[in-house]
Each structure stands twice: as structure tokens, then as C-alpha cells.
Design a protein around this ligand. Sequence first.
Ligand SMILES: *[C@@H]1O[C@H](CO)[C@@H](O)[C@H](O)[C@H]1NC(C)=O
Length: 192
Amino acid sequence: MAKSLSLLLLLLSILTISASAFNGGASSFIKSKCSAATYPDLCVQSLSSFSSTIQRNPRQLVQTALAVSLSHAQSTRSFVWKLTKFSGLKPRERAALKDCMEEVGDTVDRLNKSVEELKRVSGSKKDFQWHISNVETWVSAAMTDENTCSDGFAGSALNGRIKSSVRGRIVDVTRVISNALSLINKYAENQS
Ligand SMILES: *[C@@H]1O[C@H](CO)[C@@H](O)[C@H](O)[C@H]1NC(C)=O
């Protein structure tokens, strides 16, 4: 009885140690890949809660980075959409927000397409190059859209508080996308 209990405890502690070694492996993997990203700290911060999905798999890493970008873009789109519903807006402000929402909508579409395209990446080298270059093109276009949205705010169409809250969101999305793009470029480089 005592013997089997200590055996059980031994077994449990081995399991615990290997589980934490495993997670540690995943998070050091994320950390090392993120060191090549444009914003390394943000990269680690946005990906580390997915370490059990990413494990040490480069493909999962870029897939997750894209999915995270998509989800940030989606939540920014609904944030801007909510702002357009404010009753106190001047027509010019509402118009600027609507334009911005369209830009963010394009970003969402492009990221969605990229996530789907990345799933198709497989097989021959030629096939890989084709799909991955589509992904690279669309993701970088998605980033440009975000910048356009910020530029639209550069003038004085929006009041200070709305402007700064939207801009904060846009900056976040742009950075997360920029990180995803640098991880994808690195991934493409390593595979070819
Ligand atoms: C992309 O959009 C299509 C159509 O709206 C949807 O069915 C699909 O689930 C989306 N993909 C992702 C990764 O969100």
C-alpha cells in the first residue's frame, strides 16, 4: 500500500516535471521565433497563451500568428462599428469612422483569405512558394489598409478622444500584423 502510494507519487511528479518541461519548451520556442519579429515583446505576449497549440511547430506558429491578427482586426472592426452608432457625432466624424471601418473590414477579409491560404500550403516546393507568396502579399496589403485608416484621422475630422482610442486600436492591429508578416517571411525563408 505504502509502496504503491509512493510509486504513484513518483509517477505524478515525473508527469508534472515532463509537462512543465514541455510547456517550457514551447514558450522558449515562441520566444526565440519572436526575437525575429518587428515587435518581439508584443509577439511573445500575443502568442504565449497558445503555446499548447503551437508546441514547437513552425507551421502552427505562423498559423496562430495569423489567427491572432485576424481576431484583433475583427474586434477593432466591431469597436469602430460601435463608435459609428454614437448619437453625438458630427457628420464628418461619422464619415471618417465609416471609412475606417471599411478599411478594417478589408483587413479582416485579407487576413481571413490568408488563414485559408496558409492551410493549403503543402506538398511540392513550387506549390509551397505559390501559396506562401499569396499569403505574404495579402498580409502586407492588410497592413497597408490599417495605415490608410490612421492616415484618414490625421486631419481634424474626429474629436480627440475618439481619435486616440481608434488610433490605439489601429496601432495594435498594425503591430500584430507586422509581427505575423515577419514570422511568415522567416518561415518561408527557412522552408525554401
Ligand atoms: C473566413 O470567412 C469565411 C466566410 O465568411 C468563413 O466561413 C471562414 O470561417 C472564415 N475563416 C476564418 C479563419 O475565420
